[in-house]
Each structure stands twice: as C-alpha cells, then as structure tokens.
Design a binder for this molecule. Structure first.
Ligand SMILES: Nc1nc2c(ncn2[C@@H]2O[C@H](COP(=O)(O)O)[C@@H](O)[C@H]2O)c(=O)[nH]1
Ligand SMILES: [Mn+2]
Length: 397
C-alpha cells in the first residue's frame, strides 16, 4: 500500500517537474508541498528522501504548506531545508537533534581590525574554544535561569554536562570563520555601515553534544523498540506528558545554544578587542503556538539589522559565503548549500585553519540556490564574504 502511494507521489512530483520550463522549478505535490529544488537535485533523491516526503504528505496532522528550500536534502534522519507544521501532534525529531543550532554574525570595521594579531593568535584561540571549558563561562544561576525561566517542567538535561560544552564549538559542521567583505550592493552596504576591507566573523554553533544525546534519548523513549528509521513516522499527541516535557527541554536547547553563542562572542571580543553583532538566528527550531507546532530543519529566517532584513548563506570553507538582503515576501532562507556526512574530502586551499585534516562532507554548489532565489526575487546579495580563517573542532567531541 505504502509502496504504491510512494510511486504515485514520485509520479506526481516528476509530472509537475516536467510541466516546468527550464532546469529549476517549484514542485507541488498533493497540495501540501512547495519544493524549491533544481531538477538535478530531484533526480538524485534517494528512496529514503521520497519515503520521508511521502510520510509527511500523508500525515493528517501535518498541515498544508510544507516547504523545501533549495538546499533540501537528507541528513540521514531528517530532511534539511524543511519547514512544516503539525496540529495537536508533536514530531520529536521534526527539527533534528541539534535544536537551537544557528548562526551568529559579527562585524569588525577595518580600522578596528589588527590583521597581524589575528593571524598570529588564531591557533591559540582555536585551541581554547575546541577544548573542555567546564563552567568557565557560565554560572550556576545562569544555567538555572536558562532552564527554568520558561517552564518548571522536569528535564532530562544534566546541568554539569551543559557546562562541559559551554564556551566552545562542537564537532562536525560547526565553525568560527573570519572573512573579508567584498561589497556588491553599495546602497545596502552603506546602510549596514559595511565597507570593503571590513571583517565578518561567522559563528556556527549548536546546543552541544550532551543536549544532542538528550534529544536522541527522548527519541529512543518515544520509539520504544518500534524500530522506526524515518524520523517523521515518530509523532505523538500534543497533550502527552512526556511530549510536554520534551517540548520544555527543546526550548531549553534553544536557549542554551543562544547562550553559548553569547559566550563565544564574549570570548572573541576579549581576544580581538571589539566586534558588532549583526545577527543571531537559530536554524533548527521547534516553536509552539497554542497547539500548533512549527518545525524548521536547517532553515533560516531573516534578521532585522539597521532597517534591512538580512541573512548569511555559507557554502564551504574555501568558497565565498554571502550576506543577503530580503527583497520579496518569502520568509525563509536556505541555511547553506551542504548536506550529509559523507563525500569527497574538501580542499581547504589557501584558507588559514587550525587543522590539517580536511572535512569529508558532500557540498552542493551554491549556484542552484542563488538562481532559484533570484528567479523568485527572494533576496539580493549585499556582499560576498571571502574566505580567510576557518576554525573547526577536530577534537574528540
Ligand atoms: N563557510 C562554511 N560553511 C560550511 C562549513 N561547513 C558546513 N558549511 C555550510 O554550513 C551549513 C550548515 O550546516 P549544518 O550542520 O547546520 O547542517 C552547511 O549546509 C554548509 O553549507 C564550513 O566549514 N565553512
Ligand atoms: Mn547548524
């Protein structure tokens, strides 16, 4: 039964696709999906991606308008670039396991940058923020505040473990990058106070390994040996007691992530002297509004800064990133152009890094994303961000 429906859905999607002119398009399936993906990406969808699309499409609790952004792809459990909402039902893995993970962007005007100092000291700084920092940047009262200011529901989070991942970047995709600005839209850049030669610092950091484990612990509790492989098959009534506790902990993950980016920002400013915060946005989000639950998995929203709605689109270590300005009514932005933990080893080119082992991840080119965004008038590029220094955590965890 499921197989027939799945083939049918695939058929509908492909039919919609062939109805479109050009090599990119907007797919619609069963009235629910707006999938902004290039044909190249669609033809590469694995059976697992189709199964995940199908299970959301058929689920009566999932409301209309499921959005798939241009960086839509499978992260192994969930779908990146996905926005959806459910009514009276909660999908504990709807936003993945690193809830709260997000980007923070800082700006340093060129007359405030000591390039030589940064180049001289970044290795030392990298060592500091990739090693254990048990509690050095977080007081017990601050943890209490994060944990219990929004809910007094019990928690699976162990406070001592949170301290261990505080003031540091986690493994995997997380990074702190220093990039130089190359202006593309003079007017917008002027509004932001950006000039060529200024520096952008891009922090990508999540809730930390222990909180990711905690979300997986909930998933195991909910899964209860039923052996679900597809995260979207796992869903429970909104009023379920454990689900309510999970939602409180998901909110705590969000707060811990933001607080950790605050700590990293403080550490950077202590090191280089000054930096101006431009944006902070979480891209793995569960948000509750009454009994409606909103999920964003690897999806950004714009952030207001000096009268403009802006977002940053990263690509890879050695390629340009982009700071963009919203021009249309569409509220979401892809969070990057990469997916997956496998693939060819990336060349880090001339970028200064704290590691000699390169990451091995598959990254899709940014061109599809830019083309689809341009055609749909979603945003305009304010400036290219040129690679300079990339700090990653290749330690144990
Ligand atoms: N500029 C860099 N971009 C990177 C790097 N590693 C990954 N990425 C991009 O960021 C997003 C975010 O990843 P996620 O873990 O939140 O899914 C990813 O899609 C890539 O486009 C990097 O080292 N530098
Ligand atoms: Mn992330």
């Amino acid at each position: 039964m499921l197989t027939i429906l799945w083939i049918q859905l695939k058929g509908i999607l492909l039919q919609k696709w062939t109805g479109q002119a050009g090599w990119f398009g907007l797919f619609k399936a069963g009235d629910k999906w707006d999938l902004f993906v290039s044909s190249g990406r669609v033809s590469g969808f694995s059976d697992n991606v189709w199964k995940k699309i199908l299970s959301l499409d058929l689920n009566p609790y999932v409301s209309k308008k499921i959005i798939g952004l241009p960086d839509f792809g499978d992260d192994g459990t969930t779908l990146n670039g996905l926005v959806f909402k459910s009514e009276n039902r909660v999908f504990p893995l709807g936003a993945g396991k690193d809830i709260g993970c997000g980007f923070r962007v800082l700006h340093v005007p060129r007359n405030k940058v000591d390039i030589e100092k940064i180049e001289r000291e970044y290795q030392f700084f990298a060592k500091n923020i990739t090693s254990y920092k048990p509690g050095t940047t977080l007081l017990d009262e601050e943890i209490e505040q994060i944990f219990y200011s929004n809910s007094d529901r019990p928690s699976l989070i162990k406070q001592e473990e949170v301290k261990l991942s505080f003031g540091r970047i986690g493994k995997g995709n997380h990074f702190i990058e220093f990039r130089t600005i190359d202006i593309k839209d003079q007017l917008a850049a002027k509004k932001l106070g950006f000039e060529t030669g200024d520096i952008i610092i891009h922090i990508h950091s999540g809730s930390g390994l222990f909180l990711e484990y905690m979300i997986l612990k909930y998933a195991a509790l909910f899964n209860n040996n039923r052996g679900y492989q597809n995260a979207y098959e796992l869903h429970f009534p909104f009023e379920n007691c454990l689900i309510q506790q999970f939602l409180a902990d998901a909110e705590r993950c969000l707060q811990v992530s933001i607080a950790n980016r605050n700590a990293l920002e403080r550490l950077i400013i202590e090191w280089i002297g000054s930096a101006i915060r431009v944006l902070d946005v979480s891209h793995d989000v569960i948000e509750v509004e009454g009994t409606t639950v909103h999920y964003q998995k690897a999806v950004q929203r714009y952030s207001e800064y000096k009268g403009l709605d802006i977002a940053i689109i990263p690509t890879t270590i050695e390629e340009q990133s982009y700071l963009v300005n919203r021009t249309g009514h569409f509220s979401f932005v892809n969070h990057g152009s990469g997916e997956g933990e496998e693939g060819d080893t990336q060349n880090i080119g001339s970028v200064k890094t704290n590691f000699d082992k390169t990451s091995s991840r598959t990254f899709f080119g940014i061109n599809d994303s830019l083309e689809i965004a341009t055609r749909n008038a979603w945003y305009k590029i304010i400036c290219n961000l040129n690679p300079w220094i990339c700090i990653k955590n290749f330690n144990e965890w």
